[in-house]
Design a protein around this ligand. Sequence first.
Ligand code: KG4
Ligand code: ZN
Length: 473
Amino acid sequence: MAATLLPTLSPPVSRAAAAFLLLRRAPAKPFSCLRPPPTLRRFLASASSSSPATPPPALRPLSTVASSSTAARAVPARRDLLMLGIETSCDDTAAAVVRGDGEILSQVVSSQADLLARYGGVAPKMAEEAHALVIDQVVQKALDDAKLSGSDLSAVAVTVGPGLSLCLRVGVHKARQVAKSFGLPIVGVHHMEAHALVSRLVNKDLDFPFLALLISGGHNLLVLAHSLGQYVQLGTTIDDAIGEAYDKTARWLGLDMRKGGGPALEELALDGDPDAVKFRVPMRQHKDCNFSYAGLKTQVRLAIESMNLSTDDIPILSASEEDRQSRANIAASFQRVAVLHLEERCQRAVEWALKIEPSIKYFVVSGGVASNKYVRSRLNQVADNNSLQLVSPPPSLCTDNGVMIAWTGIEHFVVGRFEDPPADDEPDDMQYELRPRWPLGEEYSEGRSVARSLKTARVHPSLTSMIQGSLQK
Ligand code: KG4
Ligand code: ZN
């Protein structure tokens, strides 16, 4: 038997969210009694099994839903919602507890930086073991720091993709354990959607639609976020992501990878001349919003070889002053071109996005690489030039974290997109349905109508009917 953990995007069943919140307010009971009573189970079942042919109702905030439901009298405030978020999609084991109004009660991250430094990248089996070793402690610390126990929670959110299956499985297993013990609903979260949506926790004015650049170790995405769960992908990388290029360049320059390749390179670049090495800006002949970093990596490798820097044997700490300066020049020159490539593609994406959605006011920049100060300042310039406001979360919320998962869980939970708690008899070795490869929205190409892009969106089969419903309005 395989348990589904995909975000339940349709139909919206916010009454169910309200009902769960009410249930969580009940006095503490033994674990086995914490599952919804039969009447509530029937209510939830009927709420989540309405005919797919019925156009889904418009998504409404919880308070509106609750006031028009049978539960109106004792409707819990959104602030009472307490979401545990768990993230294990790559090399960080993270957990956090966030309130429904966005207050962060705890945030715990256990990094595998030492492993990365030693092995030069994420080895899935080793990463899985490292997650498994710390996941219980990380989740417990998140609860302890928030001064809560599992029975206080309203629901559990967990990353189900994209990412490494072996790693995702560790987080999902833990999330289901917690959910089963305390009778909690589960929200399956898209990792890259979480990078984008955490900006709405940071800036409460940030409304849909908005443009987002999501830059991490494995992804380089430009998306137009129409509304919750509705994204159109304006651009992606055709080979490597910018974070991968930072990490490889840092390694080739002999930097200390324990603090992370990106941060180490950013620091060294401060001492270099960004015009010292003339790297070519990728893809200028392609008038689209896609990215490519493989060629820039090769240019860096060739530059290092041609300058006879023996970076493989001599770490930067032991390098001569002259050698260190050459490495700093490469770092600064790489960074200038890597970010110029972002700027050029973002400028075009802004133009495309404003044609599709002229009301856009915000440009979100998030993901690990967005914690880089140079990246932020250059992209702020792009935003300014186009009269948009840049929203970029603080560095601790740009790199992988549990807060973004908890917050995205909240966003989906309050509109009724969640799964019932696992059954009491769910076996511990259950095979979960994960989404290691999971596109965030349909690809868009200029000239093709956005209505068509949305109609054929593959984010989730049920999303298509939701979008069609909204297009008919
Ligand atoms: O989002 P993230 O934490 O994990 C993934 O989802 O991949 O992003 C990690 C990436 C790594 O490549 C890391 O080197 C990069 O973000 N990164 C940075 C900086 N901090 C993290 N790159 C450049 N400058 C930084 N300050
Ligand atoms: Zn990430």
